[in-house]
Design a protein. Structure first.
Ligand code: ADP
Ligand code: MG
Length: 378
């Protein structure tokens, strides 16, 4: 294992030396509305916020907290003790936000639930002209800041991604910021991946369309590499093993031994967390994928692992989930069997660590069912 980790780090360093500007040094080009036409969605009518949500004042704007959806991986900004709007150097930031979102007066701000491994501030803004936007912001340095920088890189480095339409990305003072057009209310109620769900065809079509357009001839200089990101994920996964029942531990262990850092290296832009809460679907509209903070270059099939675990979690039997993935995604047909099994284990156990204060999640049981299925003698 240690030898493998060293090998991948060496491989990563070789790639690093070849590159000039790394993603964390990236300065986004000026964002213009023209380049965003691809994934623009018509603005949807504002929905009423729960009248029970507490209201606060921030910079003279009423602020309401949106209750988190029923997802063990999300929490309110308050619980996360994260950045709030009052921490931002308001004048310049609010001027920029108003300018880039169309010029309407900012009327209302609502904090959105954030994920346990997410960025810092995520807030929905409402303007007097009826338009709505989502502001993500994080302080420079630190993990949240790095994630924001990576998301800014992913949204501006050249490959068009089906993310929420981008209005503005930049750094002011100590803060990285990303402003996107508000897409819809799906963060309240993530799409259902159950068999027969009306959301599922839109999700599968959107992901399949994205697969066809995100592979480059070579990895752009300075891009984050999936195999490098995988190193701490695998370390975390091993650290969770001790907390598991003996029987389960043996299965997870033999799956983790199959992790293959070379097999996941590739020239496809990966999202890194294709999970329901990031998949914004609305009838008649193309799929929009939120949160590019974990984007990296790697092999296309690797992106489907979190999605596959969520399929099993939604009730698909492992072989039916695999059959669905094979039918829908050409890259899945070429995925090396052992490396997939290893990645399922690493990703699922890493999630377990993030959610360590909650009881073992349904996600963990789904991951275990899937790896057990793949490890069975044939
Ligand atoms: N532009 C947007 N329009 C609608 N919903 C969004 C938009 N951006 C993010 N969301 C929702 O807000 C949630 C939190 O945003 P995300 O970018 O994932 O932040 P983090 O994971 O850092 O908390 C997402 O899971 C998604 O459901
Ligand atoms: Mg997220």
């Amino acid at each position: 294992m240690t030898i493998r980790l060293i090998t991948v780090l060496r491989a990563g360093l070789t790639r690093l030396r070849r590159s000039t500007t790394r993603w964390w040094e990236w300065c986004p080009p000026e964002i213009t509305a023209a380049g965003m036409a691809d994934f623009w969605l018509p603005a949807q009518p504002a929905t009423a916020t729960s009248p029970d949500a507490p209201i606060e004042e921030r910079h003279g704007h009423p602020v309401r907290r949106i209750p988190p959806p029923e997802d063990p991986m999300t929490q309110t900004t308050e619980e996360a003790a994260r950045l709030s709007l009052k921490d931002l150097p308001d004048d310049r930031i609010f001027d920029a936000i108003t300018l880039h979102s169309g010029g309407g007066e900012l009327l209302r701000v609502e904090y959105m639930p954030v994920s346990l491994d997410g960025g810092a501030l995520v807030a929905r803004l409402e303007f007097s002209d009826g338009s709505r936007a989502v502001l993500k912001a994080a302080r420079r340095g630190g993990r949240a800041g790095e994630q924001m920088q990576r998301e800014i890189w992913a949204r501006t480095h050249g490959i068009s991604v089906p993310g929420p339409p981008l209005l503005w990305a930049g750094t002011v003072d100590q803060f990285h910021m990303l402003l996107t057009r508000y897409v819809n209310d799906f963060y309240r109620n993530s799409p259902s991946l159950t068999s027969g769900s009306p959301d599922l065809p839109a999700v599968l079509d959107g992901l399949a369309a994205f697969e066809n357009r995100r592979t480059a001839d070579s990895v752009p200089g300075g891009a984050p590499l999936f195999e490098e990101d995988l190193v701490p994920v695998v370390q975390d996964a091993y650290s969770v093993l001790d907390t598991l029942p003996d029987l389960d531990r043996d299965v997870w262990m033999s799956a983790l031994h199959r992790v293959d850092f070379h097999a996941v290296a590739g020239t496809t832009l990966l999202h890194g967390a294709l999970v329901p809460r990031h998949l914004l679907v609305a009838p008649g509209n193309p799929l929009v994928i939120a949160d590019w903070a974990g984007a990296a270059y790697g092999r296309a099939w690797a992106d489907l692992v979190p999605f596959g675990v969520h399929l099993v979690c939604a009730g698909w039997l492992p072989d039916a989930a695999e059959e669905l993935l094979q039918r829908t995604f050409p890259c899945w047909r070429q995925a090396p069997h052992g490396a997939v099994t290893g990645l399922i284990a690493a990703w699922t156990l890493h999630q377990a660590l993030l959610a360590s204060h909650t009881p073992p999640t349904a996600l963990q049981s789904a991951g275990l069912a899937w790896v057990s299925h793949r490890l069975r003698p044939v």
